[in-house]
Design a protein around this ligand. Structure first.
Ligand SMILES: Nc1nc2c(ncn2[C@H]2C[C@H](O)[C@@H](COP(=O)(O)OP(=O)(O)OP(=O)(O)O)O2)c(=O)[nH]1
Length: 184
């Protein structure tokens, strides 16, 4: 049985789409102790830290992941407040951003690691629409306060990469790994 070591409802929803059986468990790895400023280093080390914690607790097949947004200068993580979410979203309005997801998979005694990214070019976010989104609290728990399948969708000018990567788990590449290991 595959264990999705994540508290993320979005990751669970994405994994459900593959049709593979899994159970979701959270693992307590504190990303706050990481002090990488490079988004790739951060996301790879955060997901690896989660993976190592999970390997200690579970003998099963394991999937861990971490996702960050970057505007090219800063790492945009989860907002701590409505004001923080507004700041993070305004940093993305009218800009090109990258959403990077690193994933680790332990399967059949092998470990696969991947780092995928999706690049979005957004139109300027409409101010009143942004306020409505902020009032909805849907941004909570999401990297960069971003919802590519929700609020941000209508502002996508260009996109390069998978939507699943931007939502937190690159399902298309995970399916390739599972096929390689004859699990599906
Ligand atoms: N629905 C949705 N969720 C998103 C989007 N972008 C990022 N996320 C979510 C996926 C993850 O739950 C969260 C990124 O935070 P983390 O990678 O630290 O994961 P999280 O702490 O949620 O769970 P975990 O560390 O796996 O237990 O943001 C998006 O566009 N739509």
């Amino acid at each position: 049985m595959i264990i999705l070591c994540s508290s993320s409802s979005t990751r669970a929803e994405l994994l459900k789409k593959t049709g593979i059986e899994f159970i979701q468990k959270s693992c307590d790895f504190d990303e706050e102790k990481l002090n990488f400023t490079d988004p790739y280093e951060f996301v790879i080390n955060a997901s690896w830290g989660k993976f190592k914690e999970c390997v200690k607790c579970f003998n099963d097949e394991i999937i861990t992941a971490d996702t960050v947004v970057t505007d090219g200068k800063n790492i945009l993580r989860k907002a701590k407040s409505r004001e923080d979410a507004k700041k993070l979203l305004l940093a993305q309005s009218g800009k090109e951003i990258k959403i990077i997801t690193s994933m680790w998979v332990k399967i059949n005694g092998k470990v696969y690691g991947r780092c995928d990214e999706t690049i979005y070019e957004f139109f300027e976010f409409d101010e009143s629409d942004l306020e409505k989104y902020l009032d909805s609290n849907e941004w909570q728990g999401k990297a960069g306060a971003c919802m590519v399948e929700g609020f941000c969708k209508k502002y996508i000018k260009n996109v390069k990469g998978y939507e699943s990567t931007a939502m937190g788990l690159c399902i298309e590449e995970l399916i390739n790994i599972l096929k390689e290991e004859k699990c599906i």
